[in-house]
Design a protein around this ligand. Structure first.
Ligand code: RIB
Length: 309
Protein backbone atom coordinates (compact mmCIF):
# COMPACT_ATOMS: atom_id res chain seq x y z
CA UNK A 1 0.00 0.00 0.00
CA UNK A 2 1.26 3.53 -0.87
CA UNK A 3 2.56 5.65 2.04
CA UNK A 4 0.33 8.47 3.25
CA UNK A 5 1.99 11.84 2.53
CA UNK A 6 1.79 14.81 4.93
CA UNK A 7 1.03 17.96 2.99
CA UNK A 8 1.05 21.55 4.22
CA UNK A 9 -0.70 24.28 2.27
CA UNK A 10 0.36 27.83 3.04
CA UNK A 11 -2.20 29.81 1.11
CA UNK A 12 -5.57 31.33 0.48
CA UNK A 13 -9.13 30.51 1.44
CA UNK A 14 -12.04 32.22 -0.34
CA UNK A 15 -15.76 31.89 -0.66
CA UNK A 16 -16.75 31.42 -4.31
CA UNK A 17 -19.86 33.18 -5.66
CA UNK A 18 -20.36 31.44 -8.98
CA UNK A 19 -22.83 32.66 -11.60
CA UNK A 20 -23.53 30.54 -14.66
CA UNK A 21 -24.35 32.76 -17.61
CA UNK A 22 -25.08 32.40 -21.32
CA UNK A 23 -23.34 35.68 -22.09
CA UNK A 24 -21.88 38.76 -20.38
CA UNK A 25 -23.90 41.98 -20.01
CA UNK A 26 -22.87 45.04 -22.04
CA UNK A 27 -21.95 48.19 -20.03
CA UNK A 28 -25.20 49.55 -18.52
CA UNK A 29 -27.18 46.40 -19.42
CA UNK A 30 -28.92 44.04 -16.95
CA UNK A 31 -29.56 40.43 -17.98
CA UNK A 32 -30.85 37.29 -16.26
CA UNK A 33 -28.44 34.44 -15.50
CA UNK A 34 -29.80 30.92 -15.15
CA UNK A 35 -27.97 29.64 -12.09
CA UNK A 36 -25.90 30.55 -9.00
CA UNK A 37 -23.70 28.48 -6.69
CA UNK A 38 -22.12 29.42 -3.34
CA UNK A 39 -19.21 27.32 -2.14
CA UNK A 40 -15.81 27.21 -0.45
CA UNK A 41 -12.87 28.04 -2.69
CA UNK A 42 -9.55 29.84 -2.81
CA UNK A 43 -6.61 28.27 -4.57
CA UNK A 44 -4.88 27.23 -1.34
CA UNK A 45 -7.99 25.74 0.26
CA UNK A 46 -8.93 23.96 -2.98
CA UNK A 47 -5.50 22.37 -3.24
CA UNK A 48 -5.70 21.31 0.42
CA UNK A 49 -9.12 19.70 -0.14
CA UNK A 50 -7.94 17.90 -3.29
CA UNK A 51 -4.92 16.53 -1.40
CA UNK A 52 -7.12 15.42 1.49
CA UNK A 53 -9.66 13.73 -0.77
CA UNK A 54 -6.79 11.90 -2.46
CA UNK A 55 -5.81 10.49 0.93
CA UNK A 56 -3.05 12.74 2.37
CA UNK A 57 -2.84 14.12 5.89
CA UNK A 58 -3.25 17.84 5.29
CA UNK A 59 -2.78 20.98 7.35
CA UNK A 60 -3.45 24.54 6.33
CA UNK A 61 -1.80 27.84 7.21
CA UNK A 62 -4.19 30.67 6.25
CA UNK A 63 -6.06 33.80 7.33
CA UNK A 64 -9.82 34.39 7.12
CA UNK A 65 -11.94 37.46 7.88
CA UNK A 66 -13.96 38.54 10.89
CA UNK A 67 -17.21 38.00 9.00
CA UNK A 68 -19.72 35.18 8.49
CA UNK A 69 -17.41 33.42 6.03
CA UNK A 70 -14.43 33.21 8.41
CA UNK A 71 -15.76 30.66 10.95
CA UNK A 72 -17.62 28.81 8.17
CA UNK A 73 -14.34 28.37 6.27
CA UNK A 74 -12.56 27.05 9.38
CA UNK A 75 -15.46 24.65 9.98
CA UNK A 76 -15.24 23.48 6.37
CA UNK A 77 -11.56 22.58 6.87
CA UNK A 78 -12.51 20.59 9.98
CA UNK A 79 -15.29 18.76 8.17
CA UNK A 80 -12.92 17.88 5.35
CA UNK A 81 -10.44 16.43 7.84
CA UNK A 82 -7.87 19.21 7.30
CA UNK A 83 -6.04 20.49 10.38
CA UNK A 84 -7.01 24.20 10.78
CA UNK A 85 -4.85 24.95 13.86
CA UNK A 86 -3.01 27.64 11.90
CA UNK A 87 -6.05 29.14 10.19
CA UNK A 88 -6.90 32.30 12.14
CA UNK A 89 -9.48 35.06 11.85
CA UNK A 90 -8.18 38.62 11.34
CA UNK A 91 -10.14 41.39 13.07
CA UNK A 92 -11.41 44.16 10.81
CA UNK A 93 -10.82 42.37 7.49
CA UNK A 94 -13.25 40.59 5.20
CA UNK A 95 -12.66 37.01 4.13
CA UNK A 96 -11.34 36.42 0.63
CA UNK A 97 -14.18 36.18 -1.89
CA UNK A 98 -14.27 35.30 -5.58
CA UNK A 99 -17.10 36.32 -7.92
CA UNK A 100 -16.85 33.73 -10.72
CA UNK A 101 -18.64 33.64 -14.08
CA UNK A 102 -18.98 30.38 -16.00
CA UNK A 103 -19.98 30.17 -19.66
CA UNK A 104 -21.96 27.26 -21.15
CA UNK A 105 -18.68 25.73 -22.45
CA UNK A 106 -17.45 25.41 -18.84
CA UNK A 107 -14.87 28.20 -19.31
CA UNK A 108 -14.62 30.56 -16.34
CA UNK A 109 -13.61 34.15 -15.48
CA UNK A 110 -12.63 34.88 -11.87
CA UNK A 111 -12.26 38.05 -9.80
CA UNK A 112 -10.52 37.65 -6.43
CA UNK A 113 -10.87 40.03 -3.48
CA UNK A 114 -7.96 38.94 -1.29
CA UNK A 115 -9.29 40.29 2.03
CA UNK A 116 -7.67 38.52 5.00
CA UNK A 117 -5.48 36.37 2.71
CA UNK A 118 -3.33 39.45 2.29
CA UNK A 119 -2.62 39.45 6.03
CA UNK A 120 -0.70 36.14 6.03
CA UNK A 121 2.82 37.17 7.03
CA UNK A 122 6.23 35.44 7.28
CA UNK A 123 5.77 35.59 11.09
CA UNK A 124 2.70 33.36 10.67
CA UNK A 125 4.87 30.82 8.86
CA UNK A 126 7.31 30.95 11.78
CA UNK A 127 4.40 30.40 14.19
CA UNK A 128 3.53 27.22 12.25
CA UNK A 129 7.18 26.11 11.90
CA UNK A 130 6.91 22.96 14.02
CA UNK A 131 4.02 21.49 12.06
CA UNK A 132 5.50 22.67 8.74
CA UNK A 133 8.77 20.87 9.49
CA UNK A 134 6.81 17.62 9.74
CA UNK A 135 5.48 17.94 6.17
CA UNK A 136 6.69 15.94 3.18
CA UNK A 137 5.60 18.73 0.89
CA UNK A 138 4.65 22.42 1.17
CA UNK A 139 2.27 23.84 -1.44
CA UNK A 140 2.01 27.58 -2.20
CA UNK A 141 0.04 29.88 -4.51
CA UNK A 142 0.07 33.64 -5.21
CA UNK A 143 -3.15 34.71 -3.43
CA UNK A 144 -1.16 35.62 -0.30
CA UNK A 145 1.61 38.28 -0.07
CA UNK A 146 4.50 37.38 -2.38
CA UNK A 147 7.05 37.97 0.43
CA UNK A 148 5.29 35.22 2.44
CA UNK A 149 5.58 32.92 -0.58
CA UNK A 150 9.32 33.60 -0.92
CA UNK A 151 9.84 33.22 2.83
CA UNK A 152 8.09 29.84 2.81
CA UNK A 153 10.10 28.64 -0.21
CA UNK A 154 13.29 29.51 1.72
CA UNK A 155 11.88 27.70 4.80
CA UNK A 156 11.17 24.57 2.74
CA UNK A 157 14.64 24.69 1.15
CA UNK A 158 16.34 25.08 4.55
CA UNK A 159 14.48 22.08 5.97
CA UNK A 160 14.77 19.87 2.88
CA UNK A 161 11.00 19.77 2.31
CA UNK A 162 9.64 19.37 -1.23
CA UNK A 163 7.99 22.61 -2.36
CA UNK A 164 5.39 23.14 -5.10
CA UNK A 165 4.53 26.69 -6.17
CA UNK A 166 1.43 27.51 -8.22
CA UNK A 167 1.94 31.13 -9.40
CA UNK A 168 -1.76 31.94 -9.56
CA UNK A 169 -2.97 34.58 -10.10
CA UNK A 170 0.10 35.53 -12.15
CA UNK A 171 2.33 38.38 -11.04
CA UNK A 172 5.95 39.30 -11.73
CA UNK A 173 8.39 36.94 -10.00
CA UNK A 174 11.87 37.28 -8.56
CA UNK A 175 13.63 34.34 -10.17
CA UNK A 176 16.40 34.56 -7.55
CA UNK A 177 13.88 33.59 -4.85
CA UNK A 178 12.88 30.51 -6.86
CA UNK A 179 16.39 29.08 -7.33
CA UNK A 180 16.35 25.34 -6.74
CA UNK A 181 12.55 25.26 -6.29
CA UNK A 182 11.26 21.70 -6.78
CA UNK A 183 8.12 22.43 -8.83
CA UNK A 184 6.74 25.58 -10.45
CA UNK A 185 3.26 24.91 -11.88
CA UNK A 186 1.60 27.74 -13.85
CA UNK A 187 -1.17 27.38 -16.42
CA UNK A 188 -0.72 28.74 -19.95
CA UNK A 189 -1.85 32.30 -19.24
CA UNK A 190 0.18 32.50 -16.02
CA UNK A 191 3.29 31.19 -17.81
CA UNK A 192 2.75 33.77 -20.54
CA UNK A 193 2.27 36.68 -18.11
CA UNK A 194 5.30 35.69 -16.03
CA UNK A 195 7.77 35.13 -18.88
CA UNK A 196 6.33 37.43 -21.56
CA UNK A 197 6.55 34.48 -23.98
CA UNK A 198 3.52 33.26 -25.97
CA UNK A 199 2.06 30.01 -24.60
CA UNK A 200 -0.72 28.97 -26.95
CA UNK A 201 0.27 25.36 -27.65
CA UNK A 202 2.51 22.55 -26.38
CA UNK A 203 5.50 23.70 -28.49
CA UNK A 204 5.39 27.23 -27.06
CA UNK A 205 4.83 25.81 -23.56
CA UNK A 206 8.01 23.75 -24.03
CA UNK A 207 10.06 26.82 -24.94
CA UNK A 208 8.62 28.77 -22.01
CA UNK A 209 9.14 25.97 -19.47
CA UNK A 210 12.70 25.42 -20.68
CA UNK A 211 13.43 29.12 -20.18
CA UNK A 212 12.21 28.93 -16.56
CA UNK A 213 14.30 25.80 -15.97
CA UNK A 214 17.35 27.54 -17.45
CA UNK A 215 16.66 30.30 -14.89
CA UNK A 216 17.25 27.87 -12.02
CA UNK A 217 13.89 26.23 -11.21
CA UNK A 218 14.34 22.45 -10.98
CA UNK A 219 11.07 21.44 -12.61
CA UNK A 220 8.34 23.34 -14.42
CA UNK A 221 4.93 21.90 -15.24
CA UNK A 222 2.70 24.04 -17.44
CA UNK A 223 -0.90 22.87 -17.26
CA UNK A 224 -2.53 23.19 -20.66
CA UNK A 225 -6.23 22.88 -19.78
CA UNK A 226 -7.88 20.44 -22.14
CA UNK A 227 -4.47 19.64 -23.69
CA UNK A 228 -2.84 17.99 -20.68
CA UNK A 229 0.46 19.23 -19.26
CA UNK A 230 4.03 19.99 -20.29
CA UNK A 231 6.78 18.85 -17.89
CA UNK A 232 10.30 20.29 -18.13
CA UNK A 233 13.49 19.63 -16.17
CA UNK A 234 17.20 20.09 -16.93
CA UNK A 235 17.02 16.61 -18.53
CA UNK A 236 14.43 17.60 -21.16
CA UNK A 237 10.72 18.09 -21.53
CA UNK A 238 7.69 15.98 -22.24
CA UNK A 239 4.04 16.53 -23.12
CA UNK A 240 1.67 14.43 -20.99
CA UNK A 241 -1.65 14.19 -22.85
CA UNK A 242 -5.12 14.99 -21.58
CA UNK A 243 -8.11 12.81 -20.73
CA UNK A 244 -11.33 13.48 -22.61
CA UNK A 245 -14.33 14.31 -20.41
CA UNK A 246 -17.55 16.31 -20.80
CA UNK A 247 -16.65 19.54 -19.02
CA UNK A 248 -19.35 21.72 -17.43
CA UNK A 249 -17.29 23.92 -15.06
CA UNK A 250 -13.50 24.18 -15.17
CA UNK A 251 -13.25 26.26 -11.95
CA UNK A 252 -10.63 24.77 -9.64
CA UNK A 253 -9.28 22.27 -12.18
CA UNK A 254 -5.76 23.69 -11.79
CA UNK A 255 -6.09 23.33 -8.01
CA UNK A 256 -7.31 19.76 -8.41
CA UNK A 257 -4.20 19.08 -10.50
CA UNK A 258 -1.79 20.51 -7.92
CA UNK A 259 -3.36 19.02 -4.78
CA UNK A 260 -3.59 15.56 -6.32
CA UNK A 261 -0.13 15.78 -7.91
CA UNK A 262 1.41 16.50 -4.49
CA UNK A 263 -0.23 13.33 -3.15
CA UNK A 264 0.64 11.02 -6.06
CA UNK A 265 4.26 12.19 -5.96
CA UNK A 266 4.35 11.88 -2.15
CA UNK A 267 3.09 8.31 -2.41
CA UNK A 268 6.12 7.52 -4.55
CA UNK A 269 4.61 7.46 -8.05
CA UNK A 270 7.18 8.21 -10.78
CA UNK A 271 6.89 11.85 -11.87
CA UNK A 272 5.33 11.16 -15.28
CA UNK A 273 2.71 8.89 -13.77
CA UNK A 274 1.97 11.45 -11.04
CA UNK A 275 1.36 14.07 -13.76
CA UNK A 276 -0.79 11.65 -15.74
CA UNK A 277 -2.89 10.82 -12.69
CA UNK A 278 -3.21 14.52 -11.81
CA UNK A 279 -4.34 15.23 -15.41
CA UNK A 280 -7.15 12.72 -14.94
CA UNK A 281 -8.05 14.01 -11.45
CA UNK A 282 -8.24 17.59 -12.79
CA UNK A 283 -10.29 16.57 -15.84
CA UNK A 284 -12.80 14.71 -13.66
CA UNK A 285 -13.23 17.82 -11.48
CA UNK A 286 -14.62 19.70 -14.50
CA UNK A 287 -17.49 17.25 -15.00
CA UNK A 288 -19.69 18.79 -12.29
CA UNK A 289 -20.28 22.32 -11.04
CA UNK A 290 -18.58 24.09 -8.13
CA UNK A 291 -14.99 24.15 -6.96
CA UNK A 292 -14.17 21.91 -3.97
CA UNK A 293 -17.50 20.12 -4.29
CA UNK A 294 -16.59 18.91 -7.79
CA UNK A 295 -13.45 17.08 -6.59
CA UNK A 296 -13.46 13.27 -6.59
CA UNK A 297 -12.59 11.23 -3.50
CA UNK A 298 -9.88 8.60 -3.82
CA UNK A 299 -12.21 5.65 -4.33
CA UNK A 300 -14.03 7.34 -7.22
CA UNK A 301 -10.73 8.48 -8.71
CA UNK A 302 -9.21 5.00 -8.43
CA UNK A 303 -12.19 3.51 -10.27
CA UNK A 304 -11.71 6.00 -13.14
CA UNK A 305 -7.95 5.46 -13.17
CA UNK A 306 -8.44 1.70 -13.34
CA UNK A 307 -10.82 2.19 -16.27
CA UNK A 308 -8.75 4.73 -18.22
CA UNK A 309 -5.26 4.97 -16.70
O1 RIB B 1 -8.68 28.30 -8.87
C1 RIB B 1 -10.01 28.54 -8.56
C2 RIB B 1 -10.10 29.47 -7.40
O2 RIB B 1 -9.58 30.73 -7.77
C3 RIB B 1 -11.49 29.75 -6.90
O3 RIB B 1 -11.89 28.86 -5.89
C4 RIB B 1 -11.40 31.19 -6.43
O4 RIB B 1 -11.65 31.35 -5.07
C5 RIB B 1 -10.02 31.68 -6.84
O5 RIB B 1 -9.14 31.62 -5.79
Amino acid sequence: MARRPRIAVVGSANVDLTTFTDRFPQPGETIFAPRFDLGFGGKGANQAVAARLCGAEVFMVARVGSDLFGPATIENFRKQGIDPTHVKQVEGLSSGVAPIFVEPSGQNRILVVKGANDALQPADVDAAAEILKSADCIVLQFEIPIETVYYTIAFARKHGIRCIVNPAPAQPIDLAALQGLDYFVPNESEAQTITGMPVKNAEQAKACAEKLVAGGIRRVIITLGANGALVASPHGSEHVPRYVVKSVDSTGAGDAFIGSFAVFLGEGAPEREAVQRANLYAALSTTSVGTQKSFYNRARFNAEWAARG
